[in-house]
Design a protein around this ligand. Structure first.
Ligand code: 13P
Length: 250
């Protein structure tokens, strides 16, 4: 199974030109990565512009509606993102939960819709207001059960899960990255919940300086990267580290 490194640009950069430069800078280097796939999730407005160049870098949306079309002001249909060569969609991100009131049951609907439309969902687990560092297994188990409740067991392997504790996101108040050991423990736990052939990433302040701490664990299948993904050199070093570890292990 290839490693997967996903860039979540969030609401950045504000200029399409700069976005294109960052995108191309990664795209040009991806022929050097044999065992690692890169996904860039830009603001949805940029998807049409990037869909022309997305051979080596895959595209992802940062959010999705569970509806296909209709009177849903401000929402983005899975059919619309699919039309622009978008293969992935981040669902249930902590910022959607904390700032926009997304609940487990909304994420469950979105997940069902993503699979129905043959998108690969990247489902974040570990985000909830006042999440307690020493009780993350309980939170992850609760969210996992709730968001996958409409999904058949045989389809779980089509989902990429991410352990992304809200307190480790670089832009959150008093943020603190997880240790590699903690990340690995929770990633292993999600593998147990999701079963064989599951794909589980870690997210939360991953950057070129600390990526080794996470990439060295074979169960961590890649990373979901926020701030560092807007700096192509930083993002590329993260891809290279996962690549190096996977080649090293054969
Ligand atoms: P940072 O890498 O900036 O901590 O963001 C993580 C994240 O929220 C990715 O989805």
């Amino acid at each position: 199974m290839k490693k997967l490194v996903v860039a979540n640009w969030k609401m950045n950069p504000v200029s399409l030109d700069l976005g294109r430069k960052i995108f191309m800078s990664i795209e040009h280097r991806m022929h050097l990565a044999k065992n690692t796939e890169a996904v860039i999730c830009p603001p949805s407005l940029f998807l049409p512009a990037f869909s022309h160049y997305s051979a080596k870098v895959k595209l992802g949306a940062q959010n999705l509606s569970w509806e296909e079309q209709g009177a849903f002001t401000g929402e983005i249909s899975p059919l619309m993102v699919k039309a622009f060569k978008t293969d992935y969609a981040i669902l249930g991100h902590s910022e959607r939960r904390l700032f926009f009131g997304e609940t487990d049951s909304m994420v469950a609907f979105k997940l069902y819709a993503a699979l129905k439309h043959k998108l690969i969902p990247i489902v974040c687990l570990g985000g909830e207001k006042n999440a307690k560092k020493d009780d993350m297994k309980k939170l992850v188990a609760k969210q996992f059960k709730a968001v996958t409740r409409q999904i058949e067991k045989k389809d779980l392997h089509r989902i990429v899960f991410v352990y992304e504790p809200v307190w480790a996101i670089s832009t959150m108040k008093n943020s603190e990255p997880a240790t590699g050991e903690h990340a690995n423990e929770l990633v292993e736990y999600i593998h147990e919940l999701a079963g064989v052939n599951s794909h589980v990433l870690y997210g939360g302040t991953v950057n070129k300086n600390n990526v080794q701490q996470f990439a060295k664990y074979p169960m961590i299948d890649g990373a979901l990267v926020g701030a560092a993904s807007l700096d192509p050199d930083n993002f590329w070093q993260i891809i290279k580290e996962f690549e190096r570890e996977s080649i090293h292990r054969g």
